[in-house]
Design a protein around this ligand. Structure first.
Ligand code: FDA
Length: 421
């Protein structure tokens, strides 16, 4: 690969603080990884296993917090069915080479080689039996046993590209709270914007933009939805209730559980569809997926029982009553007119809602959008126009479905960069 020769230091201009501690000249590394999360540690250990000198920098005092809180503390670390169609991106084919080169079975082998007990929960989702800490310990142990150093509580205040002298000379210089550092390859693994209180920042997105690498629009995904006032009141009255449904937006559908909340809707089926929902647009819910709802209603058409009591043969009681009331089907089945019944059937099978918004990055599991993957080499994650600079994991415009796919992208893209550096 030919590299542009620069005669002077070229600032990548990610100056985030005007004043710095006095810098001391540090040893140059083959690889510096910014972000000690899932993707960063996978890249670090892969590169270190190849004999590269690796330094991982993270500003957080407690490392790997997202792994620790994932999967309710048990980390849904991959999905046995993971495939390219489980990812959203403006450039959908991009994920293929990396997912193929490092699969869910490869990660599972690694987990098993560390004697981590695991189980499949549902829909191919693999979780630790004991704790997400098992995955963190494995990654950190793997890094340290191969000599990759991981430094927390380190703020990076500037990144500069250096003039290229020869094929081994450092290409990047970082000003950090731990002094000046330089490296031949820089891997950016700073993740998405969700859960800012545990260290999420837009560092990677800003760095890309400063280098004229496009960033696709960012928004929360895998996130609960907030409803308009009337629908919100409806949900509030039955909050806490959960049932299996089919949610749809456009042509995309998911059959998983829905949870009514005080502010709207949550649960896996809603988190999934939130990634496809366009703000201002609507979603559809089938409360009885797999059932022929008109036939169910027709079977009881001559019943003297209340509509809500007939519905409660198929739905939780509170929801049956709330749906019957919502569609003014308050009397017995025989007393209910055709128009009312049709409205109820439509409400049960194709309930259309226009969410007012989502619960934002404090509640979102991931960020939709990111560093435009058309700027990256799909085999290595290296920037096409900036040799030695890599973007991996959630900071890229690759967003997985719920169920272990986001971690699989972190492992696969981290592995690709670990081999590419
Ligand atoms: P990640 O966010 O893991 O790491 C980024 C690192 O960069 C962090 O350590 C951060 O401190 C550091 N950083 C950020 N800015 C920096 C800066 N300016 N300077 C230095 N360091 C900086 N996925 C899944 O597959 N299964 C699951 O069970 C779950 N569960 C889950 C629960 C919850 C509550 C959330 C919020 C998310 C999940 N996810 C998930 C998603 C998953 O956690 C996420 O996609 C991956 O952690 C992404 O890995 P990355 O390494 O790209 O980013």
């Amino acid at each position: 690969m030919t590299e542009p020769r620069t005669s002077a230091r070229n600032t990548l201009s990610l100056k985030t603080a005007p004043t710095l501690k006095p810098v001391r000249k540090g040893q140059s590394e083959d690889v510096i990884v910014i972000g000690a999360g899932a993707a960063g540690l996978m890249a670090a250990m892969t590169a270190a296993e190849r004999g590269k000198s690796v330094l991982v920098l993270d500003h957080a005092s407690k490392l790997c917090e997202k792994i620790r809180i994932s999967g309710g503390g048990r980390c849904n670390f991959t999905n046995i069915h993971c495939a390219p169609h489980n990812f959203l991106s403006d450039n959908p084919r991009f994920v293929r080479p990396a997912l193929k080169a490092y699969t869910q079975r490869d990660f599972l082998k690694l987990v098993e080689s560390h004697n981590i007990a695991w189980h499949e929960k549902t829909l191919g989702q693999l979780f630790c039996d004991h704790s997400a800490n098992d995955i963190i310990d494995m990654l950190l142990e793997r890094c340290s046993s191969k000599g990759a150093r991981v430094l927390g509580q380190t703020t990076i205040t500037a990144v500069r590209s250096l003039p290229v002298q020869d094929e081994n000379s450092p290409r990047f210089e970082l000003e950090t709270s731990d002094g000046l550092k330089s490296c031949r390859n820089l891997v950016v693994a700073t993740g998405g914007l969700s859960i800012p209180k545990i260290g999420a920042t837009n560092f990677g997105h800003r760095l890309a933009q400063n280098l004229n690498i496009p960033v696709t629009p960012l928004r929360p995904a895998l996130v609960p939805l907030v409803l308009q006032e009337d629908d919100k009141e409806f949900c509030k009255a039955i909050s806490g209730l959960s049932l299996p449904v089919r949610t749809s937006a456009g042509k995309q559908s998911f059959e998983e559980a829905l949870l009514f909340t005080h502010r709207g809707l949550s649960g896996p089926s809603i988190l999934q569809i939130s990634s496809y929902w366009q703000p201002g647009g609507s979603i559809r819910i089938n409360l009885l997926p797999g059932e022929d709802i008109p036939a169910l209603m027709a079977a009881d058409r001559q019943s003297k029982k209340n509509v809500s009591s007939i519905l409660s043969n198929h739905l939780p009681n509170r929801l049956a009553k709330a749906m019957a009331d919502k569609h003014s089907a308050t009397g017995s089945m025989t007393e209910t007119g055709k128009k009312t019944l049709n409205s109820l059937i439509e409400g049960l099978s194709n309930w259309q809602l226009t969410p007012a918004g989502d619960e934002g990055y404090n509640k979102a599991e991931v960020t939709l959008g990111g560093v435009d993957t058309r700027s990256l080499d799909p085999a290595t994650m290296e920037c096409r126009d900036h040799p030695g600079l890599f973007f991996i994991g959630e900071v890229t415009d690759v967003t997985g479905h719920l169920g272990g796919h986001n971690f699989q992208w972190a492992w696969s893209s981290g592995f690709a960069a670990g081999l590419g550096v």
